[in-house]
Design a protein around this ligand. Sequence first.
Ligand code: SF4
Ligand code: SF4
Length: 378
Amino acid sequence: MKVFNWQLNRKMDYKYPEKRPKRQAAYIFDTNKCIACQTCTLACKNAWTSGKGQEYMFWNNVETKPWGFYPLAWDVNLLDKLGSQKWNGSTYAGKTVFEAAPEGEEILGWRPELEDYSYPNVGEDEVSKQINQGDHITGTHMSWMFYLPRICNHCTYPACLAACPRKAIYKRDEDGIVLVDQSRCQGHQECVRACPYKKTFFRETTTRTEKCIACYPAVEQGYQPQCVQNCIGKIRLFSFKGSPTAPKADNPIDYLVHIKKIALPLYPQYGLEPNVYYIPPIHVPETFLKQMFGPGAMAAVEAYRNAKNDPTLSGLLTLFGCTDRIVHSFKVQGDIKSGTCSGYDEHGKELVSVPITEPITVRKPYDPQRKVFRLSVT
Ligand code: SF4
Ligand code: SF4
């Protein structure tokens, strides 16, 4: 069937008709702020995957690019198989994983070996190329790395769902969260083979497949998922994305994805219309960024660099990680120096208000009232 994929700016083949949920659960991750502390990974693991048979399961993982992968080589393997991935401006001219499927198959995929799940920290903190003794920075970054946090993308066109012979995987009408019905799954692992992001996991003890559930019990109560609530770097935002053709300027996801175009999908060329959006790192070569985040990567970097002159954008970026509740709309008042950004729930009630520029107080070393020196040493 032909469906429209706005991230490719064209129609593409998919097994089922185009059907968008009323509102789509979506995340934004600011890669420039991630410190790879893995608190998100552990928050998720403690909440959902601490049981027997789930030892290697990381519904959330954080890998160092360019050398980190979990499971091993998840992205480069498929990029190789897919071949040339050309764009004509904002329109994808190559093939998606659905269009590149071998004869008689639904999706171009591959299934990792068990050992590929054994090294979640491979490549951690490794930079793109060797730094020799005596090298010094001459203005641009000669070598680089960045942290890429990853979860299931709750795709608009999930490959896992299309591949399942048991129809055990479904996408909820109310919020677009993709779930595996454990009573229908029979462990064929076609979803593991199909998901280009390798975010479904087979559990040996139950012989069923499991995946990120977007913490739907929390989301249903108006709370952001565990990985978002616990993020130390305040790099994450969860909310609901509106229609790609009628974005709302006061919706935080719509604003960053569709209006500012500063948050981009991961490997849009795969064709799944993923709903985790990334603010790309600002110090990484153009070719790498475009391959990973599509043709809008450099414009997104530029917009991020200019955020310091844009109170609305700066204000919204400040709101990341400031409340455990889901922010449905936001409003910025005032300028960058003295303004505030407020977040509201779905009924328009204010949840949080933060200064765009955090006030800094410098304490005097001597307190004349108490006649003491305030020193930070003992
Ligand atoms: S908790 Fe936040 S800062 Fe820490 S690794 Fe996860 S995404 Fe990055
Ligand atoms: S990221 Fe993978 S597991 Fe998640 S919805 Fe997309 S295809 Fe399915």
